[in-house]
Design a protein around this ligand. Structure first.
Ligand SMILES: [Zn+2]
Length: 317
């Protein structure tokens, strides 16, 4: 477990009182104020002078406030989200084109989850399954999979691969109580408008002793505290609504009756072009050096971890 939270790295500007109006209009958009999703309080302060990024003064949860309505945000996740020119600011440059690297990344995650499972043929739900690459890795490991997502584009591709998927989100989608041994949520938790309710829904769907696996950016990581407002994790405001530390995600899971078993940093297999795109965000010279390597050794992928994405494994009590 790392430092408790990112409080020490935060600015002290923009204290928001509970008397702020519930809804306001900015730049043609309707933005809604929300209380802290972890403790329910409404007193916050600004974070790194990033517009609308705040930290709860009571519990330390960092979140976007005010924010657009989710009906607006849900339109983000169609075709262009999986093929976007600037992936460092949200979305993917070519999600299916990176299939092999993503599959290798997911196999490593399955290896960490497997020792916690009570069966080697678990009933599995992947929340935010995208085009089904994790479903593919899980199926290869003998898991009985179901995927859900809100993206029609992604689900069409997952169905074309033969996977059982349904359109919808949690809570909301009617699935049988206590029917899963494992639920996975990869790079999803920071996107949802009400993560506490999502955890309650997962608790209802899991069997006692069932495993919940979550990956999400770690706002308390060394990289996030060092880079402050320049941290890549903070560049996706609105697409990312919450920024958890190891402490705040543990508190939210505990409140939802989960026991956290393991939190560890996770990386990804990345090709050189994908590494260059991420490095370019921080250093043009470094990106140019890597680009020259790309000409010498094309088609190389490596497992890269900057320590600022965490994987949390928790058990339903
Ligand atoms: Zn709070």
């Amino acid at each position: 477990m790392s430092a408790p939270n990112a409080v020490s790295a935060l600015s002290h500007a923009n204290v928001l009182s509970p008397s702020v109006p519930a809804v306001k209009v900015a730049a043609g958009r309707v933005l809604a104020h929300v209380p802290c999703n972890l403790c329910g309080r409404e007193v916050t302060r600004g974070v790194h002078n990033i517009s609308r990024l705040v930290e709860c003064l009571n519990c330390g949860l960092i979140f976007v406030n005010p924010r657009p309505d989710f009906s607006e945000l849900s339109h983000l996740y169609e075709d262009s989200y999986f093929h976007c020119a600037q992936p460092t600011f949200g979305g993917y440059e070519d999600y299916e084109g990176d299939h092999d690297d993503i599959l290798r990344t997911f196999r490593r995650r399955i290896a960490r989850i497997t020792p916690l499972l009570a069966t080697n043929r678990p009933q599995h739900l992947d929340v935010g399954c995208a085009t089904g690459i994790f479903l593919e890795a899980a199926t290869q490991s003998g898991w009985q999979t179901l995927g859900i997502d809100i993206s029609s584009y992604a689900l069409e591709r997952a169905r074309a691969k033969g996977f059982h998927v349904e359109r919808g989100s949690l809570p909301g989608l009617a699935l049988p109580e206590g029917s899963f041994d494992v639920i996975t949520m990869w790079d999803l938790f920071e996107h949802v408008p009400d993560p506490a309710s999502l955890l309650t829904a997962c608790h209802r769907l899991l069997k006692p002793g069932g495993v919940l696996a979550i990956s999400t950016p770690d706002a308390g990581s060394f990289a996030a505290r060092l880079l402050r407002g320049k941290w890549l994790g903070f560049r996706c405001i609105d697409e990312h609504l919450y920024f958890f530390s190891r402490l705040t995600i543990t508190q939210m899971l505990t409140a939802a009756n989960f026991a956290v078993r393991d939190i560890h940093a996770v990386g990804k297999y990345l090709s050189l072009p994908r590494m260059i795109a991420r490095l370019r965000f921080y250093t043009r010279i470094g990106a140019l050096l890597l680009q020259s390597m790309d000409r010498l050794v094309p088609n190389v992928s490596m497992h890269v971890s900057s320590g600022d994405t965490m994987c949390v494994l928790a058990v339903r009590s």
